[in-house]
Ligand binder design. Structure first.
Ligand code: CA
Ligand code: CA
Ligand code: CA
Ligand code: CA
Length: 397
């Protein structure tokens, strides 16, 4: 129910009056209007493929529930840790869910990214804080945590001045560079690059674009320089559906074909041609309970950025209203896309050129991937009513 509340609150916050979703709880299961309108709604099934380890007691403590999680090697010993953040604590756990260290939380956690931006072979945590139900007085803030002598050490990267306390995204931009998306006013999202230098962090604004919440960075045309992909739920004007585009340094946009708005986007070279494809969770609609489709779509650029064209292919209509997160992983020796949606979570992989999918969980608060057992391949961690470590080895058939 927390996820439903978050989705509703997010949609409500991001909407104008004209774009407002119905003021009701969104459905917890995929809409069934297409072929079974007479069927009573079914509760989401709770599929549980693979071998699973319960992490609920590790993630949910003292009445709190972890809403953001990550998997990364924070101390550089080659074994990954699990990070879980709730309204009161950041917890670092080992791969089996045992406590390593923790740090009290004073703000509302919105975004969490684990990445080694400083190149010391140890991942840092990057966190975007702002107003949440548990922290209504929080202001927008970006912090980083490094793991030092068994403890987390915090450093503030930026506290952007804004009237809306809402960090929308954290993305690796380049070596020592973090891309931050945050609302600078009710509808406008600033994209800002934070750079770690010898004297600490400096920031530089790229753009302020209406509702541009989602970003991805990848070399789409194979010229060795990464492009910046922007995806958003709504367009430049009130009542205009969302879109996706490549944002050039001079602010010009090359539109990327999509079905209306995006709730998530990543870039990843899955065919080995040194050019990244775009994977997007598109199909958003302002009347999301009735009209939105949680699509997973792939787009490839043929030719150069200046003159080339995008080719788009639908991977799947997942039968829910959004695909809210997409993570690359290697599972069973296959390159896979691990996704989160509002009703269920699916993993996608290619089999002889065709995409296949498997539902691995129902409603989740967050998902993360990484190798946690030391055996080849990534495992999936979910924060949910039943939080789990999921090993899908042998399940992608
Ligand atoms: Ca470690
Ligand atoms: Ca590092
Ligand atoms: Ca490029
Ligand atoms: Ca593994």
């Amino acid at each position: 129910m927390k996820h439903a509340w978050l989705a509703l609150a997010l949609a409500a916050c991001q909407n104008t009056k004209q774009e407002s979703p119905p003021q009701q709880q969104p459905p917890q299961q995929p809409s069934q209007q297409e072929n079974s309108s007479q069927m009573a709604p079914q509760p989401p099934s709770a599929p549980s493929p693979g071998s699973r380890t319960d992490l609920t007691n590790a993630f949910d403590r003292d009445g709190g529930k972890s809403t953001r999680i990550a998997v990364a090697d924070l101390d550089g010993d080659g074994d990954r840790e699990i990070v879980a953040i709730d309204a009161k604590m950041i917890r670092v756990l080992d791969a089996t869910g045992r406590d390593v260290t923790s740090l009290p939380v004073v703000d509302g956690i919105q975004q969490l990214l684990a990445a080694d931006l400083d190149g010391d072979k140890r991942a840092e945590l990057y966190a975007g804080w702002g107003q949440t139900r548990d922290h209504m007085d929080s202001v927008a803030k970006i912090t980083t945590y490094r793991f030092e002598k068994g403890k987390l050490v915090e450093e503030v990267i930026a506290t952007p001045a804004t009237s809306r306390q809402d960090v929308t995204s954290l993305t690796v931009y380049g070596p020592s560079e973090l891309l931050v998306g945050y609302f600078d006013s009710k509808y406008m999202v600033t994209s800002m690059v934070a750079t770690k230098g010898a004297k600490g962090w400096t920031t530089k604004t790229i753009a302020s674009i209406r509702l541009a919440a989602n970003y991805a960075r990848g070399d789409l045309d194979g010229d060795g320089k990464p492009e910046l992909v922007v995806g958003r739920v709504y367009g430049d004007e009130m009542g205009v559906q969302g879109d996706a585009f490549v944002l050039a340094a001079d602010g010009t946009r090359k539109m990327i074909p999509s079905t209306r708005g995006l709730r998530s986007v990543i870039t990843l070279d899955t065919d080995g041609d040194k050019r990244a494809e775009i994977f997007m969770g598109d199909g958003w609609h302002n009347n999301y309970a009735k009209e939105a489709h949680g699509l997973l779509t792939t787009v490839k650029l043929d030719g150069t950025l200046a003159t080339g064209t995008f080719t788009s292919a639908l991977i799947e209509d997942t039968g829910q209203y959004e695909v809210s997160k997409i993570l690359p992983a290697t599972i069973d020796g296959k390159l896979a896309l691990v996704t989160q949606g509002n009703s269920f979570a699916k993993v996608f992989w290619r089999d002889n050129g065709a995409w296949k999918s498997l539902t691995y969980a129902g409603v989740t608060r967050d998902i993360a991937v990484g190798d946690l057992d030391g055996k080849p391949g990534d495992e999936i961690v979910i924060a949910a009513d039943k939080s789990e470590l999921i090993d899908l080895t042998g399940a992608l058939r």
